[in-house]
Design a protein around this ligand. Structure first.
Ligand SMILES: C[S@@+](CC[C@H](N)C(=O)[O-])C[C@H]1O[C@@H](n2cnc3c(N)ncnc32)[C@H](O)[C@@H]1O
Length: 238
């Protein structure tokens, strides 16, 4: 199972100036970027024994913030973004990079081949399906369609151990009913390109994400950092 638009949003074409672009917090798409990444790490509450999965690791801007832990698995489709992440994280021996679609990675156990083996007596071990303590992801899941996001949540629930945490920071809108108003707002203030981005991509609907995660048995917390950047922290209850 692949996400429908992975080939479109593989960031290879944008890798060369990605890190410069995200520093432009005057751009509404980028406003709150640093604060969102910091919040995701704070909420993830990563411990030294934890195995962490990062979806859409890009150039490693979130990865470099991850504190000492047992193992980090970084998944991204883009070879060029990952090359930059590898350079930033050179010397870290607990990181494993996987070039794959995030939905495919979660769905397909065979893509986990090559990942460090969990010990049979460790809490992460499950013979048929590797599990993680913590999942983090920033500014990636808005490349998945709405139904794909719900599929992703179900896979994440399966991949997280009980008590595990999934923490997201991304481009979001409160609900579908608000979307047209938000787009009009950006046209009114002379930023039609932001309205087009909202049209072309799949900014999260916060209410749908919250409902989908809660229905799976996650306890959900939401935070807002700017007009478009929000955070969602989901704790797997059992
Ligand atoms: C906007 S960047 C975010 C990178 C990083 N997480 C950050 O916060 O700066 C989105 C990343 O997701 C990757 N990506 C997009 N769709 C993907 C998919 N379906 N599967 C895997 N990676 C994907 C892109 O290649 C890119 O590196």
């Amino acid at each position: 199972m692949q996400s429908q638009y992975g080939h479109v949003y593989n960031h290879d074409p944008w890798a060369h100036n990605y890190d410069r672009n995200v520093q432009n917090e005057a751009d509404p798409i980028r406003t709150g970027y640093e604060a969102t990444l910091d919040w995701v790490i704070e909420q993830a509450n990563i411990h030294p024994a934890d195995c962490v999965l990062e979806l859409g690791s890009g150039t490693g801007n979130l990865t470099v913030r991850i504190p000492e832990c047992r193992q980090i698995t970084c998944v991204d489709l883009s070879e060029k973004m990952t090359t930059q992440a590898r350079a930033k994280l050179a010397g870290c021996t607990n990181i494993h990079f996987v070039q794959a679609d995030v939905l495919a990675y979660l769905a397909d156990d065979s893509l986990h081949a090559g990942a460090p083996q969990f010990q049979a007596d460790s809490p992460q071990f499950q013979a048929d399906s590797p599990q993680f303590d913590v999942l983090v992801s920033t500014y990636t899941i808005h490349h998945l369609t709405e139904p794909e996001k719900q599929q992703l949540f179900a896979h994440i629930h399966r991949r997280l151990r009980p008590g595990g945490r999934a923490v997201f920071g991304d481009l979001m809108i409160a609900d579908q009913a608000t979307e047209l108003r938000v787009q009009q707002h950006f046209r009114d203030i002379g930023q039609p390109e932001v309205a087009e981005d909202i049209d072309e991509e799949f900014f999260w609907y916060v209410d749908a994400a919250q409902a989908g995660l809660a229905a799976l048995g996650f306890q959900v917390q939401i935070e807002r950092f700017s007009a478009l950047s929000w955070g969602i922290a989901a704790l797997k209850l059992d």
